[in-house]
Ligand binder design. Structure first.
Ligand SMILES: [Mn+2]
Length: 329
């Protein structure tokens, strides 16, 4: 038996949750979707009543935010589902993803690849941080925004939950080391350990399977161009990090030109929310949108500038050293 699950406890992300649900109902019409909520249940119950496959569950798991992910997946499994698809509340599906996410043998854990400028793989650093025996390293780091797990992964997910509830995870404040940075770094640590090194992992490839739209630079210029031969956006589009509808981001170039915002416009009528964040105000955005109907192409200049900005900031020290040498200072 197969189900989809998600979790939300932030009122200001309900817009994203609704968008995720609308696209998921569209491409998984007969699959039960469990929406675990803390404090925002009523809003989803009244809005979601029109979709019989949406089941709202008051979540009593310890903690909140992304830390409840393993507990929610286990709860779904306890309901009798031996295959569970976790989707973050800030994703939009652009077409059926059944084969992409479920077309693997039951032993395979499917996760996404982190965006290019996000956390690196760092070899065994996360695994060693937890004092676990080394098993394997990955070339990319785990992003748990979309995950397919089966009952064969139960012990992995139990361990993941216990680690997140441990003092080692909780004791760190805002300045968090990499092995406890977020839930997905804990999962990465476990998958790299000897105990779970045998679990086959399939990564959803960024740019091809998932567009990690982290501000302007997450969905990179190269990813946009490399898969341009494909007719459309990747099947999963993720508003990773700061959301385009947050007041500080509304009507910025990256928010107006984000493929996520472009997809959201299609569902605007069904959201029962203030949709003014989707409007295009800036002249540059209007011009770029008039150049191409493809959101991947429209955003290329913004992605290229944002990436240069990130690279510049990261290499500022090195660059200023070289410049000083060139100037003979
Ligand atoms: Mn997310």
């Amino acid at each position: 038996m197969f189900c989809i699950c998600t979790y939300e406890d932030r009122d200001h992300v309900i817009i994203g949750l609704k968008l995720m649900l609308l696209s998921t109902v569209r491409y998984f019409p007969n699959v039960p979707i469990y929406v675990y909520c803390k404090s925002c249940e009523q809003k989803i119950i009244s809005w979601g009543a029109r979709f019989p496959s949406i089941k709202v569950v008051a979540c009593d798991a310890e903690g909140g935010g992304w830390d409840v992910k393993p507990a929610v997946i286990l709860d779904a499994m306890d309901r009798g589902y031996d295959e569970v698809l976790w989707l973050d509340s800030d994703l939009i599906l652009t077409r059926p993803v059944d084969a992409l996410l479920r077309g693997h043998s039951p032993g395979v854990l499917v996760v996404a690849e982190e965006y290019k400028y996000g956390m690196k793989s760092y070899g065994y650093q996360r695994t060693v941080g937890w004092r676990l025996a080394k098993g394997r390293t990955f070339r990319r780091s785990v992003n748990s925004c979309a995950m397919r797990a089966t009952s064969l992964h139960k012990s992995l997910i139990e361990t993941w939950k216990n680690f997140i509830r441990s003092n080692e995870y909780k004791k760190h404040g805002s300045n968090r080391p990499i092995h406890v940075f977020t839930d997905q770094d804990v999962l990465h640590a476990l998958l790299g350990s000897r105990d779970f090194a045998e679990v086959p992992v399939h990564f959803l490839k960024r740019g091809r399977d998932i567009a990690q739209c982290f501000q302007g630079h997450g969905y990179t210029t190269f990813e946009r161009l490399r898969y341009l031969y494909r007719r459309d956006l990747p099947p999963i589009v993720h508003a990773q990090g700061p959301k385009p509808w947050y007041s500080e981001n509304v009507h910025t170039l990256w928010s107006e030109l984000s493929p996520y915002t472009d997809l959201a416009r299609e569902y605007a009528e069904q959201l029962d929310e203030d949709n003014s964040w989707m409007e295009v105000h800036s002249r540059i955005s209007r011009f770029l949108r008039s150049c191409s109907s493809d959101p991947r192409v429209q955003g290329i200049p913004v992605a290229a500038c944002a990436e240069l900005g990130v690279i510049w900031r990261r290499n500022l020290k090195r660059i200023s050293k070289v410049l000083r040498r060139v100037r003979g200072v």
